[in-house]
Design a protein around this ligand. Structure first.
Ligand code: KIV
Length: 280
């Protein structure tokens, strides 16, 4: 009997007798559930990845979540912000990450203008899943709840994103800290609760001041995954991989803590290569 490799999160299918057997592979929903179960426990680790080798390396190191974020637009494609990222860009990079067949949960961002209605949000999520994403992320609170519900009811795990919303950077005129007033904090709380009611398994908190991030984390029932919210204020942490590796030296966010300097290592290696080739 010939057994095909199991499709992602799917079943083992015998091509000779057409019997579908339950596979021991971990499905996307199981992976998302295991992230949700970290609430209040061991912190969740997440990094962005946009290509096959990075995805493999991060997965081999044991990361929990690989986020194919629309930060892709800046740190890989050279755009000034995420508003230039298209669904085709995302599909191309999600597919590259998925080829690494990671144990980590692959989350793909829904790019701007691809989730204007619940129907469009579900269609976009399905296309990302067809490309290899196991979960999707979208930005915003109450106004996105119906879109989140449409996606989760179709069996696709959704991660929320609150606080600074990079896709709104042009309207907001820059990247500003959030949760500074009781009104903002209340709005964040209501947004988070609406997302949870719609079925998200976790929520990214971006650039929320530490006191508010800590308060909301304690109040919510799903893991909050922080970036730019201060140390140990959330249930986990996400970083843009180029910030961690020091490979995008032209812009480093103030909250980034590089663990390597790949920009310098690259410049040194290339200078050495040029000298060797030129025989200098
Ligand atoms: O696109 C991205 O990389 C993100 C992270 C900043 C959370 O959304």
């Amino acid at each position: 009997m010939i057994i095909k490799p199991p499709p992602r999160g799917g079943f083992l299918v015998s091509t000779t007798c057409c019997v579908a057997l339950k596979s021991p592979t971990v499905t996307a929903l199981q992976k998302a559930d295991s992230i949700r179960a970290h609430k209040g426990g061991r912190p969740v680790t997440a990094l962005t990845a946009y290509d096959y080798p990075t995805a493999r390396l991060l997965d081999e190191a044991g990361i929990d979540i690989l986020l194919v974020g629309d930060s892709l637009g800046m740190v890989v494609l050279g755009f000034p912000d995420t508003t230039h990222v298209t669904l085709d860009h995302m599909l191309h990079h999600v597919a590259a990450v998925a080829r690494a067949t990671p144990k980590a949960l692959i989350v793909g961002d829904l790019p701007i203008h691809t989730y204007e209605t619940p129907t469009q949000a579900l269609e976009t999520a399905r296309r990302l899943v067809a490309a290899g994403a196991e979960a999707v992320k979208l930005e915003g609170g109450i106004r996105q709840a119906e879109k989140v519900r449409a996606i989760t009811e179709a069996g696709i795990p959704v991660m929320g994103h609150l606080g600074m919303l990079p896709q709104r950077v042009l309207e907001e005129g820059g990247y500003r800290k959030k949760g500074k007033t009781p009104e903002q904090t209340e709005a964040l709380h209501e947004g988070a609760q609406a997302l949870i009611d719609a079925g998200v398994f976790s929520i990214v908190f971006e650039s929320i001041i530490p006191e508010t991030a800590r308060l909301l984390t304690a109040a919510l029932t799903v893991p909050t995954i922080g970036i730019g919210c201060g140390d140990q204020t959330c249930d986990g942490e996400v970083a843009v991989i180029t910030d961690l590796l020091g490979s995008f030296p032209w812009f480093v966010p103030p909250f980034a803590t590089p663990e390597a300097d790949l920009a310098s290592a690259t410049r040194t290696a290339v200078a050495s290569y040029i000298s060797q080739v030129r025989g200098a």
